[in-house]
Design a protein around this ligand. Sequence first.
Ligand code: GLN
Length: 305
Amino acid sequence: MPRSLKRVWRLRALMKQAIDYLQKKDFPEPRLNVELLLAHALHCQRIELYTNVDKPLSTEEIAAFRALLKRRLAFEPVQYILGSAHFMGLQFAVDRRVLIPRPETETLVEQAVFRCNTLTENNMISVLEIGTGSGNVAVSIAKFVKSSIVTSIDNSAQALEVARQNVVNHGVEERVILQHMDVYEPVDQLLRRRFDIIVSNPPYVSINEWEFLRPEVRDYEPREATSDGADGYELYRRLIEIAPYVLNEGGTALFEVGDDMAFTVLSMMHEGGFYDLSSAHDLQGMERVVVGSCRARVRNLVPVN
Ligand code: GLN
């Protein structure tokens, strides 16, 4: 096409076209998605899109936006495309090595922060997180409870690289210790210390349900961060088993649970000897976090003859 006849794309028109397209394809929140991707492509704030609606866009700007939109159309989550996600009012670097922090996990952090604050004020509170992912939970607790030291383990070395970046970005290197460890290892012996609080948002989607998850989750997020590869309760069994060996006497465990799992997990905790059981709801009104305390146990050391 001769240069003079080439269409001038203005921001408003490009935005409208993209929103209509996402809408037609049934993508949720089309306007928000387009705003985020466009602002990212143009290196500006979302609000600036609306103060520059008549701005003619360069070929490069249009190409940059279209490349991002193409990824979204292939169901890549917008947070991976942007390389960041918001959690507890903080920004976290994310990519395909880690689970994208979910708003409902904020309930877990709020409950953990609340528990930490009820513990004696002057002492340092030791927290163990199992399943670090992007480090969102560990970093948030460290940020909101200044008297906390959080040890966070994950079996994915790749996830820990992302978590390391977030720990550094938020300046909590002194109080967040990341360790490469599998929860099925003898964690009590490897950690060689006990904690006041255990917190975990374990993978709780059963392998059968995982097949039917939205493509954004199933095809992009790490499978081992979302599903336990079994009935969804596998990690709770292990967490309940190890808690008495890693918690201080009367220490508290807080676990995020999937929809309609709270009752079963609380029963499992009861059977495992936990007491003071309670649960907390997320903003959607789902029972999302289970809480319980337990007596510390010591390993029965078998004498060697
Ligand atoms: N701790 C991270 C989160 O809560 C990762 C959890 C996970 O990978 N299951 O989002």
